[in-house]
Design a protein around this ligand. Structure first.
Ligand code: ZN
Length: 277
């Protein structure tokens, strides 16, 4: 089987999308996995929907044409208000899927995705959850907001509101269950705790104990993560193991396209940072 590519946290960077497709063609990849935070970080509310319809739609058409499977999830920076727009775009292309909270089969493997993350200081809370029922909220950068069709909606008391939502562990427990964990790949935007895949600038660790416990229990073949762009630079780690499960969080470099070239049969993985040319 030819290699697959894993990229994450592209944040609407068009040349990184183009370079990923070019690389997939160059090396004959059968699959590209995108780990979320796919759209531009923007002050204008409707920019993300425009990005889906004006850039990703024709971009995905090129994957369809090339016969390359494309599996994506959304992330915490992709507004939930536009999940429907992304689904509409993906639905046009049989090879392209939004796997957030969903499962599919590709190349004889089950792929399961989730865009929820453990709470953080940032204001946009569409995907944020308490990690577990005992979760202690950290300091916040401002009032919490949720996206909705008509714009951002402020949440007056975020900890109370979050208490009404399922925890991250509960969200993980409700994901579709793959028939054979040894042939299952999870795409979970936030990394697990304890592997050095979750280190923010300055050295604090923010990974999810609930995700770690979930992977310990389910024991999938592979777990692909993103979310903490700088973690590999901080910890020197982009790959770790939980039992037999390989966990990968390659980060995303500001100086180039960070990409992992992987093979599922041999379980070999190579991380590259490709400069903008
Ligand atoms: Zn993220």
């Amino acid at each position: 089987m030819t290699p697959f590519l894993f990229v994450t946290d592209l944040h609407g960077n068009r040349w990184k999308y183009e370079r990923t497709l070019a690389l997939a063609r160059e090396i004959g990849s059968w699959l590209v996995v995108n780990g979320g935070d796919i759209s531009p970080h923007s002050s204008r509310y409707e920019d993300q929907e425009r990005f889906y319809r004006e850039f990703l739609d024709p971009h995905f058409a090129r994957y369809q044409e090339a016969g390359i499977r494309y599996l994506t999830i959304t992330g915490n920076d992709d507004l939930a208000a536009f999940d429907g727009a992304l689904d509409e775009v993906c639905a046009k292309y049989p090879l392209v899927e939004n796997l957030s909270q969903r499962m599919t089969t590709a190349g004889g493997y089950s792929f399961v995705g989730m865009n929820r993350v453990t709470d953080y200081p940032f204001r946009l809370k569409d995907r944020a959850r308490r990690d577990s029922a005992e979760y202690a909220f950290g300091p916040q950068f401002g009032s919490a907001v949720l996206s909705a069709a008509e714009g951002f909606r402020e949440v007056a008391d975020w900890p109370s509101f979050a208490g009404t939502l399922p925890t991250l562990g509960e969200e993980l427990a409700t994901l579709p269950v793959p028939p054979d964990p040894s042939r299952a790949v999870y795409i979970l935007h936030g990394p697990p705790s304890g592997l050095g895949l979750d280190v923010v600038r300055g050295g604090a660790v923010v990974g999810s104990p609930a995700t770690r416990a979930f992977l310990e229990r389910v024991r999938p073949r592979l777990a692909l993560h993103g979310h903490i762009h700088e973690s590999p630079d901080e910890s020197g780690k982009w790959l770790g193991n939980i039992g037999e499960t390989v966990c990968i969080q390659p980060g995303q470099s500001p100086d180039g396209l960070t990409v992992v070239i992987g093979r599922l049969e041999g379980m070999t993985f190579e991380r590259k940072v490709l400069p903008e040319t």
